[in-house]
Design a protein around this ligand. Structure first.
Ligand SMILES: [Zn+2]
Ligand SMILES: [Zn+2]
Length: 325
């Protein structure tokens, strides 16, 4: 006969019964012990983790597969807790990781950026609005040479993509696009002129044919009587102007309505390029008439040329113009 404590089956049964009967008491005892022996407890847990590594992994995997969202949430929560308990440690760790894995970091940053693009843009916009001064300083201090260099590099690596992007933007923002073009044209006016000159000379036949055609469709450019009038006048006839170079003959009664008065001296007045432009600009603005857009562009181009030659700044002309209308 085997004694009860020697028979493993019976012993197990006995212990189970004992635990059940004394559940409260035992739990109290365990709690106390855990509180009194934190180091030992940690050791035991570590050992058990090591021993059951495979099992735990298996269990975690199953848990994750059953409800990935929940598992992720728990992971996030525990990570947050750990971070809060010792932020410096994590910061140090992450700094080290960034230093050691630049490629990985770059990739993950890109991924996160494209995932949260809208959100980030919105956040940036809010920041800009809240800190206009800071943002101004930031813009001013950026290294634009470096930025442009990297932009050029990106463009060269994938021109199709950037061209498509630019096209989409142009179509979505026609007003802004026109503004950008105007600004850039003005900024690089010398370059544009140089380029146009080169193009003109390279395509001389075509260019000449085009200007012949233009004079045919716009015959009123200059008549002999107009030229004579211009030569007999030495100054812009706008009050107090007094400019004397590159004068234009303007028709007081417009040729579009009164072509018969093209050569009447009483219908002439001499303006400098700026005042000629200003007159037509103000006239079309006041009547909200956009029909002479092309003519205005031409007049403005002449004004710019004339201003450059006479060392008058475009800004001054723009101020003058703003005061007129
Ligand atoms: Zn005119
Ligand atoms: Zn003038």
């Amino acid at each position: 006969m085997i004694l009860p404590h020697k028979d493993p089956q019976k012993r197990k049964e006995y212990l189970r019964k004992y635990r059940e009967a004394n559940r409260e008491k035992l739990s109290e005892q365990h709690k106390k012990w855990r509180k009194e022996n934190p180091v030992k407890l940690k050791e035991i847990r570590q050992k058990s983790t090591l021993r059951n590594r495979e099992k735990i992994k298996e269990y975690q995997k199953k848990y994750y597969e059953a409800d990935p969202e929940k598992a992720k949430a728990i992971k996030r929560k525990s990570a947050k807790k750990a971070y809060k308990a010792n932020p410096e440690k994590f910061k140090e760790k992450s700094r080290k990781f960034v230093k050691e894995n630049p490629e990985k970091v770059k990739e993950s940053r890109l991924k996160s950026y494209s995932k949260n693009r809208e959100k980030l843009i919105e956040r940036m916009r809010k920041y800009r609005e809240a800190n206009p001064e800071k943002f101004k300083a930031y813009r001013k201090n950026r290294d634009y040479d470096k930025i442009n260099e990297s932009r050029r590099r990106l463009y060269k690596a994938n021109p199709e993509r950037y061209n498509a992007y630019g096209k989409r933007w142009k179509e979505a923002n026609p007003e802004k696009y026109r503004e950008v073009i105007k600004k850039s044209y003005r900024k690089n006016i010398e370059k544009h002129r140089e380029r146009f000159k080169k193009w003109y000379e390279a395509n001389i036949e075509y260019s000449k044919a085009r200007s012949r055609k233009y004079t045919q469709t716009h015959p009123r450019a200059q008549t002999e009587i107009m030229t004579e009038y211009r030569r007999s006048h030495k100054m812009c006839e706008w009050s107090y102007c007094g400019q004397s170079t590159s004068l234009h003959v303007h028709h007081i009664l417009p040729l579009s309505k009164y072509p018969e008065h093209i050569d009447e001296k009483w219908n002439f007045i001499c303006y400098c390029p700026f005042h000629h432009f200003a007159y037509h600009y103000a006239f079309s603005k006041n009547r909200n008439d956009n029909r002479i857009g092309n003519a205005l562009t031409m007049l403005w181009a002449r004004t710019e040329k004339w201003a450059l030659k006479n060392k008058i700044t475009i800004e001054d002309l723009e101020i003058e113009l703003a005061q007129m209308i």
